[in-house]
Design a protein around this ligand. Structure first.
Ligand code: NAP
Length: 315
């Protein structure tokens, strides 16, 4: 009988991978690195995709501590890995251990996908920004380039990835909001170059930092089509309200990167105001699909991955 994979492997396992993963069928050749990592749904999403695509590999979880990260990444080629995802807290540090880094990952300042080339070269990618882009297209049938976008939590990792993607796609307008305003201001100065041309008519600046303040946000709302929650607020019932519902307008689209619960308070408020709203499950799916494309240079079996994810999350 083929061996069952462990729920979570560790660095010691990776150092003697041929023994630790002995007997696994298909062989474990993809992983997610995290600390902690036991909660990751990536195996339940990727394994049905790999099976549907007829690829002889399976995807496992690897608990890697920050001090082990460089050695763990360097161990991947020798252990026969095709690549890995990296999640919290490793996304920024992984950048420094790569042989090559894509332009998107460099601009976002984080790597969430590593591909291992045949000669052992490690290439760092970021599929969070492109995953966000495809999620918006799928949920609202519109491209970032046609939108005026407000990102709440623009100073965090996910909000930053979305903001960089919006800028690289030359969205009509980008409003950066973050509790710690200095982080949004630093991001604004990095992104200014993307907004030089004067595409919009009218008084509003195409790239703006706005304080997290009810009146300041209210002044923006007529000039925003898409509102994105990139903060960690919304996962817990006890979390403070993100936006007062009176700020939301029926013409708007609201994308909450949080996907558990499936109907966050922000989504419920947006729908009650007549706006369209979606949760972050589509971003999780598409970042996974884009990682698959980086590893295999072919279209991802998105529907098999979607089903795996829905089964794992239970909605
Ligand atoms: P992170 O780097 O820790 O950033 C957290 C963000 O939330 C920061 O902007 C932080 O503001 C803000 N924040 C935290 N508490 C706040 C509060 N009480 N009031 C206002 N703002 C607050 O985390 P992350 O990795 O970006 O993740 C953020 C969220 O996105 C999480 O819910 C995560 O699950 C979700 N996410 C979803 C996907 C997906 O595929 N759907 C992918 C990645 C992340 P400060 O800068 O002021 O601290």
């Amino acid at each position: 009988m083929p061996a069952e994979p462990k729920s979570v492997y560790d660095f010691a396992d990776l150092q003697r991978w041929s023994t630790a993963a002995e007997g696994l069928t298909p062989p474990a050749r993809l992983a997610v690195f995290g600390d902690p990592v036991a909660h990751s749904r990536s195996p339940q999403m990727h394994n049905p995709g790999l099976a549907a695509a007829g690829i002889d590999a399976q995807y496992v979880r690897l608990q890697i501590r920050p001090e082990e990260l460089g050695d763990a990444l360097r161990a991947l080629p020798g252990a026969g890995f095709l690549g890995t995802n990296v999640t919290i807290p490793h996304k920024t540090d992984t950048l420094t251990h790569m042989n090559e880094v894509t332009d998107v990952a460099r601009r976002i300042g984080a790597v969430n996908t590593v591909s291992v080339e045949e000669d052992g070269t490690l290439i760092g990618h970021n599929s969070d920004g492109p995953g966000f882009q495809r999620a918006i297209r799928e949920e609202f049938s519109v491209d970032l380039s046609d939108l005026r976008i407000m990102i709440l939590g623009a100073g965090g990792g996910a909000g930053r990835a979305a903001a960089v993607q919006c800028a690289m796609d030359h969205c009509e307008r980008l409003v950066l909001v973050n509790r710690t305003m200095e982080k949004a201001q630093a991001l604004e100065s990095e992104l200014r170059g993307f907004f030089r041309s004067d595409k919009l008519e009218g008084p509003a600046d195409r790239l703006e930092v706005v304080p997290w303040d009810h009146d300041a946000l209210a002044r923006q709302m007529d000039q925003v089509d898409l509102i994105v929650n990139g903060t960690s607020l919304g996962m817990k019932r006890t979390d403070p309200q993100l936006l007062h519902p009176s700020l939301l307008q029926p013409h708007q689209m609201v994308y909450d990167m949080v996907y558990s619960p499936a109907r966050t308070r922000l989504i419920a408020d947006a729908q009650a105001e007549g706006a369209r709203a979606a949760n972050g499950l589509s971003m999780l799916l598409w970042q996974g699909a884009i990682s698959f494309e980086f590893w295999f240079n072919r279209e991802a079996p998105v529907e098999a991955m979607r089903k795996g994810l829905h089964d794992a999350i239970g909605n």
